[in-house]
Every structure is written in C-alpha cells, then in structure tokens.
Write a protein that binds this ligand. Structure first.
Ligand code: ADP
Ligand code: MG
Length: 362
C-alpha cells in the first residue's frame, strides 16, 4: 500500500531497492518463496489472498495485510482516532476489492515506550469504530516496543461473496468504472502538510454541525482532509459488483488510478484508455486542486480507496440499471494494445507511464 510523506533519500546507493522498487521487490520475494500448496487459490499478487480452509479444503477465506508506518504513511500529530480508523479501513478496502465480506482482524503494534496510553486509547477507539461499522471482531495481534516510530500492521480475514473478483479478467471492449471521486485524499494530504494542525478543529466542527453543509472553503477543505485521514472502504459496492456477475476485474485505488489500472491491465494482459475529462472530481477538488498539481492528483495521487473495475461493454446498460443510486463513473475502456493511454481534453492520445506511488522510489 502507499505512503507518501517521506521525502527523497538521495543518499541511497544505486544497487539498493530504489532500482527495483516496491513491486520489483514483491516479485522477487514471490519468485523465491516456492509454490503454494493446493489450498492456495489466489496467492501473492492480488488485493487479498484466497485460500481454502477446513479438513476438506471446503471453506474459502480471504486474507490481507497492510501496514502504516509513522512518517511514511502518517504523522504522529494526526488525530489517533483517524489513524486507527484508517489502519483498519485500508485493509477492509482490500477485502472489498475482491468483492468479499470482512469478518476478523489482527492488530500488530510496534511502539516507542514514551507514547502515552491516551494516544493508544484514542487509536483503538478509531479502529473499534471502523470494526463496528463494518462488522469485524479483533481476534489477536502482537505488541512490541520500537526504537522511535509507530508501526501499525493489520491483517483482515474475510469471506468471499458469491464471486471473487480479481485484478485478472478484464477484456478488450470492457468499460472501466470507478466509484466515488478521485484525488481528494492526495489533495487533502497536501493541504494538511501545508497547514498542519489548524485543520483538525475544523474537522470536528464539521462533524458537530451534521446535515448537509454549505460549500464554504472551510467545509470543502475539511472534506478533502477527512478523505485522507478517514477513507471509506466500499464494501457494500464491492459485494454488489461481485454478485452482479457482470464485473470482470476489480482493484481498490490505493496507489492511484493509473497505477492501479496498470495492475489490472498487467494481470489481464490488456491495455487501458482513460478519458481524462470523465475522471470524477469533487467540488472541493475542482475548487482547490490547481495550486497542488491539478488533475495529476486524481490520476496518480492514490489513497482514494475507491473501487476500480471493468464491465463487459454489452453489459454496461443492464449493470447501470441495477446499480441504481450508486455513484459510479465510466472513465475509459480496456483495449487490446498493452500499456495505458490517456485521452486529453483536446481529444489527443497521450501514452503514459502508469506510475503512481511506489515505495523505495519516492
Ligand atoms: P495492496 O495495495 O492492494 O495492499 P500491495 O501493492 O501492497 O497491494 O501488494 C501487492 C501484492 O503483493 C499483494 O498480493 C500482497 O499480499 C503481496 N505482497 C506485498 N508485500 C509482500 C511481501 N513482503 N511478501 C509476500 N507478498 C507480498
Ligand atoms: Mg488493494
């Protein structure tokens, strides 16, 4: 998963992980780990693993794990309730990306001894909130001291719904869809890094206000910052997509639209075309993104935790009829030719590198 706070480390030597990057390293680890046994249906390479449990290998189970590291994924000043929520939410999102139902979680903490117990209480409160909302139980974990930073690692176990949706399965002619709006989280982080602590109280005010808030700058900013600190995993939508029988591949957007579409295309051995003016943007993003990089944040910013999925061209009408009130946007199409293309406002095609966030390469 992504983290984007740490600045470039220019002192690394050329033969370090910067050369192969996070994804090169994962491939390398996978290549050296031997073949999984017969109970592994989907192993390394998707949002979650699908294994079969039980004596007869009769019970399908989804498992996923993601870590959050201080100063890579978060700052210690961030309100710990949000951090707790996010630590669980990003894992739930990976289960959602398989169309699954999250059920249990394990929490591993490595924390410096001088951290206050109040901080930990608030962190756990946020996590428990997310657990309650999505119906998960904490079933274990591990706790160690760490020299300085906070490390939070969560494992979520879930069950598949009627179908399991993989990154593999997209075909030329499929429509590409996303849920929600993109770029808000990346923009929220940039605003947060610039303005710091002063933004947290406005978040609280917004919550107390309730109802639909007016589009003041303060409210728009709060919404963007909240989308970074407290992402909403699309569990209900993921289950609906899996059960529809019309979705051919799916991933959650953690690394950015282009990077994650790149993962779908690579696994499905196809290419993708994104229509830039169709990418769904929130009012806050439209009002405030220009100063911080504009549309690039929506294409490559990451940490949206929206679902990105494909539907066979012939099924699109029927699919949208059934999807009813869900916020879905068709942002492009799957093509035969490998690689990613972006169709710009001018109608011109731009071939792009599908680079979003990648650890060791920032
Ligand atoms: P996501 O963004 O959906 O969490 P990642 O990009 O973190 O996915 O990981 C991609 C795939 O690689 C996943 O299947 C994950 O389980 C696997 N993976 C990541 N790190 C390791 C590792 N150190 N050892 C084995 N598998 C790994
Ligand atoms: Mg994922």
């Amino acid at each position: 998963m992504v983290g984007r706070i740490l600045k470039k480390n220019r002192d690394l030597k050329p033969d370090t992980l910067r050369d192969i990057g996070e994804f090169g390293l994962i491939k390398r680890i996978a290549g050296r780990s031997g073949k999984g046994n017969a109970s592994v249906l989907v192993g390394i390479g998707d949002d979650a693993a699908l294994i079969k449990a039980g004596a007869q290998h009769a019970v399908p189970v989804l498992v996923t794990t993601d870590s959050l590291v201080e100063d890579i994924h978060f700052r210690k000043q961030f309100p710990p309730e949000y951090l707790g929520w996010k630590s669980l939410a990003v894992n739930i999102s990976d289960i959602a990306a398989m169309g699954g139902v999250p059920r249990h979680y394990l929490l591993s903490l490595s924390i410096p001894g001088d951290l206050s117990s109040e901080y930990l209480d608030r962190l756990c409160a946020g996590m428990t909130n997310a657990a309650r909302k999505y119906g998960l139980s904490l079933i274990g974990g591990d706790t160690t001291s760490s020299p300085d930073r906070i490390y939070i690692s969560v494992t979520v176990i879930g069950v598949p719904s009627k179908n399991v949706l993989l990154r593999k399965g997209a075909l030329p002619g499929d429509a590409i869809f996303v849920t929600g709006t993109l770029g808000d989280s990346a923009l929220g982080l940039r605003i947060l890094e610039e303005s710091g602590k002063s933004l947290y109280p406005s978040l609280d005010r917004r919550r107390q206000g309730g109802g639909s808030e007016p589009r003041t700058t303060a409210n728009l900013v709060s919404r963007l910052v909240e989308r970074h600190l407290k992402p909403v995993p699309r569990v209900k939508e993921g289950i609906f997509f899996a059960e529809s029988g019309m979705v051919t591949s799916m991933i959650d957007i953690s690394d950015g639209l282009l990077a994650d579409l790149g993962h779908i295309c690579e696994e499905s051995m196809v290419g993708g075309r994104v229509w830039i003016n169709k990418v769904p943007l929130s009012p806050g993003f439209r009002a405030m993104s220009e100063r911080y990089g504009g549309i690039g944040l929506a294409l490559s910013g990451g940490e949206d935790y929206e679902l990105l999925f494909t539907v066979a061209g012939d099924d699109v009408g029927r699919f949208l009829d059934r999807a009813g009130g869900m916020k879905l946007t068709r942002v492009g199409e799957i093509v035969k030719k490998k690689g990613l293309e972006i169709t710009g406002d001018d109608g011109a095609m731009h071939v792009t590198e599908n680079r979003g966030y990648e650890h060791f390469r920032v």
